[in-house]
Design a protein around this ligand. Structure first.
Ligand SMILES: Cc1ncc(COP(=O)(O)O)c(C=O)c1O
Length: 407
């Protein structure tokens, strides 16, 4: 089994190695005062300008899958598209059966959606309120924070532990009136894992009346992450979220699902259900039924990620320990400057996170894309700039991107 980026390797290029205080947030400057003055912002990138110069844009900024849908999924999309005038409800039943069989739960423990953003929004709506808070890690995928803000639910952000896992003890102790504990495993943006024993701890120690939400968007990419599906099958107070946007390469096709006890799922679907795109259902079924897809893509992603992380560490730049298609890279300067400089080479890297202003999230692309990344990185760190002139509009309020663009 391939080891994740080791913590030692991560530390070797970071401020931590220089003997500063220990803790995951040291990738950046922790503290909400900074975050308020300088909300995370990203350049309004224009890949077209790179294309005009003959530079194919390298889009490693949004945790997408450059491979797109599998060959089998594309065939299925082709085959079903002419039937797109129908809702094809029966196919939805078939899809749910397949999802349920693969996770070892009953079909009524699954509700499919067009992506995992809608069920994530619905879990926050269902389980938080002004008197039932949301508890999450920091940094993590922030979409839930926003929904909580919309319903005026308090949000408790608990820093990741020094090993980049969720601090489940601190999360469970954060608020006795918590309504929802959110664990993203592997975590976005760090790619780091929270071990099974900690998931079990969270389940055993979460405040009474709260729900544990396990966001398993990236789980197929990990060699060692363990699903919580058996906890759902055992009727625990757990809701799992899954998506086809990552390993399956279907971000633009839209398919995801929630897994939970039917009485818990009813609290989500109270906020709405919808028919699914037939193309997404067909592609999803074809992907699930292809036994080679997950192991093949996972192995390729791991090899490319380990190669680039080793190279970056050799250059003296620290990467978070990742078992996913992304990692945080400490660029030792404001991430926004780094993003802009990289974009002049047509390489579009990810943003920084609240409290981590000197780190940029790097998505693992193809081997060729990461080779372009390495070339541009070496030049940018030597103070050079590329040929792409960018009109950069800095967004001071991420919300202007629209919640569906939070990745
Ligand atoms: C952790 C996590 N959960 C959920 C999502 C939502 O993805 P989608 O709505 O495409 O399924 C993302 C997208 O990046 C994510 O990173």
């Amino acid at each position: 089994m391939k080891a994740p980026l080791s913590r030692r390797r991560f530390l070797s290029g970071s401020a931590l190695a220089a003997g500063t205080a220990v803790g995951a947030p040291l990738l950046g400057l922790a503290g909400s005062a900074f975050a308020k003055r300088n909300p995370p912002s990203r350049p309004r990138v224009d890949p077209e300008q790179a294309k005009a110069l003959g530079l194919e844009p390298v889009m490693i900024n949004a945790n997408e899958n450059p491979l797109g849908p599998s060959a089998e999924a594309l065939k299925a999309i082709d085959g079903i598209a002419p039937s797109g005038g129908r809702y094809l409800g029966q196919m939805q039943g078939e899809l749910v059966q397949e999802m349920a069989a693969q996770l070892g739960v009953k079909p009524d423990y699954i509700v499919p959606y067009a992506g995992s953003t809608p069920p994530l929004t619905q879990t926050v709506l269902a389980f938080t309120s002004p008197t039932a808070s949301l508890v999450t890690a920091n940094p993590t995928f922030e979409a839930a924070w926003r929904t909580a803000g919309q319903v005026k639910a308090p949000v408790h952000k608990v820093p990741l532990r020094a090993d980049y896992s969720h601090d489940v003890a601190a999360m469970c102790a954060a608020d006795a009136a918590a309504g929802m504990i959110y664990i993203c495993n592997p975590n976005n943006p760090t790619g780091s894992l929270t071990p099974r024993k900690d998931i079990e701890y969270a389940l055993a120690h979460k405040p009474q009346g709260s729900i544990l939400v396990l966001d398993e968007a990236y789980i197929h990419l990990s060699e060692n992450a363990v699903t919580g599906a058996d906890l759902v099958a055992a009727d625990k107070e757990v809701v799992i979220l899954r998506t086809f946007s990552k390993l399956y390469g279907m971000a633009g096709i839209r398919l995801g699902y929630a897994v939970g006890r039917p009485d818990l799922l009813e609290r989500l679907t109270y906020f709405g259900t919808n028919a699914l795109p037939v193309t997404a259902m067909a592609a999803g079924l074809a992907s699930l039924r292809d036994p080679k897809l997950v192991p093949t893509r996972r192995a390729a992603n791991t090899a490319i990620r380990e190669d680039v992380a080793t190279w970056l560490t050799q250059q003296g730049y620290a990467c978070s320990p990742s078992e996913s298609n992304c990692f945080m890279l400490d660029v030792k300067r404001p991430a926004r400057e780094f993003m802009e400089a990289m974009a002049t080479y047509g390489v579009f890297v990810g943003r920084s996170w609240e409290g981590w202003p000197n780190s940029s999230r790097i998505t693992v692309g193809t081997a060729e894309e990461m080779s372009r990344f390495k070339d541009a990185f070496a030049k940018v760190m030597a103070g050079e700039r590329g040929p792409v002139p960018l009109k950069l509009t800095l967004l001071q309020d991420e919300r202007r991107d629209g919640t569906f663009m939070v990745v």
